[in-house]
Design a protein around this ligand. Structure first.
Ligand SMILES: Cc1cc2nc3c(=O)[nH]c(=O)nc-3n(C[C@H](O)[C@H](O)[C@H](O)COP(=O)(O)O)c2cc1C
Length: 372
C-alpha cells in the first residue's frame, strides 16, 4: 500500500482489553435517522454501516435514552427497556461486521429533555422551562437506570458503553456551578458536584463488570457563570482514577452553542483541541479530541504533538464517509469538507427532521429524503 505519511493516525492503540486498529473514531452524532419512538429504522442501520465502512476504528453511536423522561427527542434511540436489546444488537452487528469497534452513548437529557416535566440538579430554567430538582430517591433511581441501560448495551453486543456527560445534559448539570445550586451532598464544592456522575459510573461498573465504559466530557460550558477548565480537570482526574476507558472531550452546551462568540469560535478548525490537550495533561488514559478536525494533516499533528490520543470525527465523517479510506490511500486532497458556515444538520434535527447535508450530491440527498 502507498505510504500515507500519517503514521500516528494509523497506529493501533490498546486500552481496557480492546484494540483499535487506528486512531480515528466517530464522535456521537444524532441525526434523527431513528423512527418515531426511537425505533431502529433501515435508514439508521444503513447510516451506521456506511460510517463503519469508513475505515474508522470505532463508532460511538449517538445518544440513547436511559428513561423516556430523559429522552432528547421523539427520534432518540432508546435503551430503557430489555425490549430494545434486539434493535440495539442490530446496530452493534452492523458496525462490527465492518471490523470496526462499536460503542453506544447513553444519556439522560435532564433540563433539556423532551418531556413536559423536566428534572435537573436544581430549578434553573432552560429555554423558559423550570426543571424540578431531583429528590435523593430519584437520584438513586436514575443511577440505576444508567446501570441497567449500560448492561443492555453490553448484552446487545457493543464493545463499549459511553456515558454522556457533555452538551449540558443531566450528568453535566450536576457538575456545573450554574445549574447545580443544591445544598445537600450533591451540591456546593466541585467534590460534591461530581458525586452524582461518579456514583453513576460506580453503579454502571458494578453491574457491567469488566465491560469498558467511556465518558463524554464537558470541559468548559463557555458561559460566564458556567463550568470552567479549572474545575473540570478535577473531575477528569477522578474519572480516570475510577476506571473510565477514555475521556472524549467537548466544550459548550445548548445554552452556549448559539451565542455569536461561540458560533464564531466553533467555526475554526480544531476548535476544541485545546480542551482535550488540557485534559490529557491531567490523566494517563486515552483522550479523544473532536471539533472540526477537517484534514488528516491536522489530525496527525494533534496526535504527534500529544494533544490527544484519538481523533473524534462527527460531521467530518458524515459529510465524507470516505475520510479515512481516502487518507489511507493518499487521496486526502479529495476529502469533502464540512462548510463551517453551514449548520443545516443542526437546524434540521432541532426541528425534529432527519439531517441531510448540502455538500452531498443531489442523488444522495434525494435518496435520504425518500427514506425518511
Ligand atoms: C447535529 C449534531 C448532533 C450531535 N449529537 C451528539 C450526540 O448525540 N452526543 C454527543 O456527545 N455529541 C453530539 N454532537 C457533538 C459531536 O459529537 C461533536 O463533538 C461536534 O459535532 C464537533 O465535531 P465535528 O466538528 O467533527 O462535527 C452532535 C453535534 C451535532 C452538530
Amino acid at each position: 500500500m502507498k505510504k500515507t505519511g500519517y503514521d500516528y493516525l494509523f497506529k493501533p492503540i490498546n486500552f481496557k482489553g480492546l484494540r483499535l486498529k487506528n486512531r480515528i473514531t466517530m464522535a456521537p452524532l444524532y441525526l434523527g435517522y431513528a423512527a418515531e419512538g426511537g425505533k431502529i429504522s433501515p435508514l439508521l442501520l444503513e447510516h451506521y454501516k456506511l460510517m463503519a465502512q469508513s475505515g474508522a476504528a470505532m463508532i460511538v453511536v449517538e445518544n440513547s435514552s436511559i428513561t423516556p423522561a430523559g429522552s432528547g427527542s421523539p427520534r432518540t434511540i432508546r435503551c430503557d427497556h430489555n425490549r430494545y436489546i434486539n434493535g440495539l444488537a442490530n446496530i452493534a452487528r452492523t458496525i462490527k461486521d465492518q471490523k470496526c469497534r462499536a460503542a453506544l452513548q447513553i444519556n439522560h437529557a435532564g433540563r433539556f429533555a423532551y418531556t413536559p416535566d423536566p428534572v435537573s440538579a436544581s430549578d434553573i430554567p432552560a429555554f423558559n422551562r423550570s426543571p424540578r430538582p431531583l429528590l435523593k430517591k430519584e437520584i438513586t433511581k436514575i443511577q440505576k437506570q444508567f446501570a441497567n441501560s449500560a448492561l443492555r448495551v453490553k448484552k446487545a453486543g457493543f464493545d463499549l458503553v459511553e456515558l454522556h456527560g457533555g452538551t449540558g445534559y443531566l450528568l453535566s448539570q450536576f457538575v456545573s456551578p450554574r445549574t447545580n445550586k443544591r445544598e445537600d451532598r450533591y451540591g456546593g464544592s466541585i467534590e460534591n458536584r461530581i458525586r452524582f456522575p461518579l456514583e453513576v459510573l460506580k453503579r454502571v461498573k458494578d453491574l457491567v463488570g469488566d465491560f469498558p465504559v467511556g465518558y463524554r466530557f464537558l470541559a468548559d460550558e463557555w458561559l460566564p457563570d458556567g463550568l470552567k477548565l479549572k474545575e473540570s480537570v478535577v473531575f477528569a482526574r477522578e474519572l480516570a482514577k475510577n476506571g473510565v476507558a477514555y475521556i472524549s472531550v467537548m466544550g459548550g452546551t445548548y445554552e452556549s452553542f448559539f451565542l455569536p462568540d461561540i458560533i464564531k469560535k466553533s467555526r475554526k478548525p480544531g476548535y476544541m483541541v485545546f480542551l482535550a490537550n488540557a485534559i490529557k495533561k491531567e490523566v494517563k488514559i486515552p483522550v479523544i479530541a473532536a471539533g472540526r478536525i477537517s484534514t488528516p494533516a491536522r489530525a496527525e499533528a494533534i496526535l504527534k504533538d500529544k494533544k490527544a490520543d484519538l481523533i473524534g470525527l462527527a460531521r467530518m465523517l458524515w459529510v465524507d464517509p470516505q475520510w479515512v479510506n481516502k487518507t489511507r490511500q493518499g487521496r486526502d486532497k479529495s476529502i469533502i469538507k464540512c462548510n463551517p458556515k453551514c449548520d443545516a444538520c443542526m437546524q434540521l434535527v432541532m426541528k425534529g427532521r432527519p439531517a441531510i447535508c448540502p455538500k452531498w450530491t443531489k442523488e444522495k440527498r434525494r435518496a435520504y429524503k425518500d427514506k425518511t
